[in-house]
Design a protein around this ligand. Structure first.
Ligand code: FAD
Length: 290
């Protein structure tokens, strides 16, 4: 099923994201995580794509596995480091496996200063146009409530986002954020720019100190004092930090649903136990909002 059809119903959706293994030896473990997450009956599940190769080979396989378990899946695909023919090979594999949804991304610039991208794709919108021409896919894109780190200016970033949506994006998924006001302000500003596609709120439960460090490096997200106090107090106690992180994410989600946000996308980080706790914390809220 296409995610655009699921979103059309205008009911609350709860979706999960997992990532493929870094090494093939961990493939079965990731499939095990996917199977556990499927049990929580999400509206759909997404599988990320390793920008520099490595984990990318398994993205299609895992997305196909999820689909075979009866849950709509979406495969991420990046383009900056790839040639057109590499991208089209993946699109062909997705077609062969009847996967109808692609999250089209530019990908981060590789850290290696000597790496020169092939130059076939500059922005995600180039990829979106390509996918649209290649087949009947539902295409989603990424968005950044606090601005993409390279854009330098939130307003310019929104102008670029509008170009991306106009290229053929049916919905957007946000970068993680820890202050819901960042999302509410973004949604208002996006509407003012004429960006009217559904926006799924990306929620990252932070359950340990190392994850927090990596999250900050990746996202530049604003960390509210309440969140920092929690990390300060429980960061050195793994079990307490996990519980506090789950409670924080739960509270964020409840506030989002209360304020009318229709799409909650949980960055599951291949931790079904964390997702299970969040989902059970809000099971009646989900039922009431569906
Ligand atoms: P774009 O939309 O191309 O934007 C990149 C930058 O270019 C922005 O600063 C934008 O303002 C600017 N820009 C865009 N269009 C134009 C234009 N026409 N003219 C001038 N400037 C322009 N990375 C992975 O490697 N694998 C994944 O699976 C993955 N999944 C992700 C999922 C989500 C929900 C999010 C939020 C991010 C994900 N990423 C992933 C990270 C993403 O690849 C990086 O954030 C990357 O730096 C930007 O990708 P993008 O698709 O948003 O790029």
């Amino acid at each position: 099923m296409k995610i655009s059809e699921i979103l059309q119903t205008n009911k609350l959706t709860v979706s999960f994201e997992i990532f493929p293994p870094k090494q093939d030896s961990a493939y079965d473990a990731v499939i095990g995580c996917a199977d556990e997450l499927v049990r929580f009956d999400p509206d759909f599940m997404s599988v990320t794509y390793g920008a520099g190769g490595g984990t990318s080979a398994n993205t299609v396989k895992i997305a196909a596995h999820i689909k075979d378990r009866g849950i709509t899946s979406i495969a991420h695909l990046t383009c900056l480091s790839s040639t057109t023919s590499e991208v089209h090979r993946i699109i062909g594999e997705l077609k062969d496996r009847n996967i109808e949804n692609i999250l089209a991304l530019r990908g981060d610039r590789p850290k290696d200063p000597d790496f020169v991208p092939p130059g076939d794709y500059r922005y995600a919108s180039d990829l979106i146009r390509d996918i649209r021409e290649a087949g009947d896919f539902c295409v989603g894109g990424a968005c950044y409530p606090e601005g993409h780190p390279e854009s330098g200016h939130k307003d310019r970033d929104l102008d670029n986002l509008k170009l991306k949506v106009d290229a053929g994006c049916s919905f957007l998924t946000t970068q993680m954020f820890f202050d819901n006001n960042m999302l509410y302000s973004f949604l208002y500003r996006a509407q003012c720019k004429g960006i009217n596609v559904p926006v799924l709120a990306g929620i990252m439960p932070i359950t340990n100190g190392a994850q927090l460090k990596r999250t900050i490096e990746l996202s530049n997200a604003y960390l509210p004092p309440k969140f920092l106090a929690l990390v300060d107090r429980f960061g050195d106690s793994p079990e307490a930090m996990k519980q506090a992180g789950i409670a924080y994410a739960t509270e964020q989600i409840i506030d989002l649903i209360t304020n009318g946000v229709r799409g909650i996308h949980i960055y599951a980080m291949n931790k079904p136990d964390v997702v299970q706790k969040i989902v059970s914390n809000i099971s009646d809220i989900i039922k009431a909002a569906k």
